[in-house]
Design a binder for this molecule. Structure first.
Ligand code: NAP
Length: 315
């Protein structure tokens, strides 16, 4: 078996990369397991306007690429692999990855959160055939077409606005009257001539399973129960995310929605007792703020705690 590592970082989004910059700069030679979605949520977003330091904004993928370059400059390594199983019952911790086994003295869990789906069989059957959760990845395929975006938060607004670059019309479907989105994003969507907002509707069925491409949606009015059809060629989900922490169930405390419970900002626990040397940062433990800058901040904290932990053990 290969040597035991000082630290392994799970996830390569904003939190993981910031942890990589700090631990690498401290000489800990971190190994970053890039995971299923390398670069995390920022790598599939467009303009980030609120990350301090870029007065004109910066494209999400560019911000991520810069962070990765910065971490590599200090000696971080990256592996295009993901965690299959963690054994926190042995020390050094044992990690089974898609490319082999690793042992590590510390673990920084920055595995983020993944897009949520409605869960309709017709939706699942048509993923990649007109159903998508990534406007930046798939928007291009809907040039000149009418599409729908589901959701009432900032992600839905951002997707709808972005998709107007391609689609001839975007119908935004939200299940309530009130929007969760920030005022500025909502106002931009309302003001856009190619976006129509429809409230109090849910998607009952995605039409086109037999044809293997989205032909429309059957919508249900939440108040009256009435059904109607909307002819569109694509449906984009912007309904939030699920934390990627299931693989730690039973070894690290998770809350009722599956987020990692942390104490002292980034320390993990098992049955309320701190798990030594295992830290969590970013969206996998943050149900409240979920911003690039807060993820980066907690990544920094996790790295500093890692350093402190190893130092106390004479590393
Ligand atoms: P969110 O704020 O949790 O919003 C999710 C939306 O999807 C809500 O409107 C929710 O409806 C709806 N939804 C959830 N499950 C649904 C279902 N099964 N069927 C229909 N609708 C459903 O998530 P988010 O928009 O991804 O934003 C997450 C965080 O990232 C927020 O803090 C946000 O500000 C931030 N963010 C910021 C930007 C930006 O500033 N550029 C861009 C994207 C995200 P209800 O309202 O009824 O619950």
């Amino acid at each position: 078996m290969s040597e035991t590592l000082d630290t392994v970082i799970l996830g390569s989004g904003c939190a993981g990369l910031t942890a990589a910059i700090y631990t690498a700069r401290a000489g800990l030679k971190p190994l970053v397991l890039e995971g299923h979605e390398p670069g995390g949520q920022l790598s599939i977003t467009t303009l980030v306007e609120n990350f301090p330091g870029w007065p004109e904004g910066i494209q999400g993928p560019e911000l991520i690429a810069n962070m990765k370059k910065q971490a590599e400059r200090f000696g971080a390594s990256f592996a295009l692999t993901h965690l299959l199983k963690a054994d926190l019952g042995v020390y050094p911790y044992r990690l089974e990855t898609s490319t082999g086994e690793l042992r590590t003295h510390t673990l920084i869990v920055a595995s983020g959160a993944s897009a949520r789906w409605l869960g309709l069989p017709s939706e699942q059957a048509l993923i990649g055939h007109g159903v998508s959760s990534c406007a930046t990845c798939d928007g291009f395929f809907f040039r000149g077409k009418e599409i729908a975006v589901v959701g009432g938060g900032d992600s839905a607004m951002e997707e709808a606005l972005f998709l107007t670059r391609f689609a001839s019309k975007v119908t935004l479907l939200h299940r309530r009257e009130q929007f969760r989105a920030s005022k500025i994003m909502l106002e931009r969507a309302i003001a856009h001539p190619h976006i129509e907002l429809r409230t109090n509707v849910i998607v009952d069925e995605v039409l086109g399973v037999d044809e293997k491409e989205v032909k429309g949606l059957r919508l249900r009015d939440v108040a009256t129960g009435d059904l109607c059809e909307l002819a569109i060629s694509g449906m984009f989900l912007g309904i939030g995310h699920e934390p990627n922490a299931k693989m730690f169930a039973g070894q690290i405390d998770l809350d009722e929605d599956g987020y990692i419970v942390t104490t002292g900002n980034v320390l993990t626990t098992h049955n309320g007792v701190v798990v030594p040397g295992v830290f969590a940062c970013g969206d996998v433990q943050d149900r409240r703020y979920r911003q690039a800058i807060t993820a980066a901040g907690s990544g920094c904290m996790a790295a500093l705690e890692t350093e402190k932990f190893l130092e106390a053990r004479g590393h």
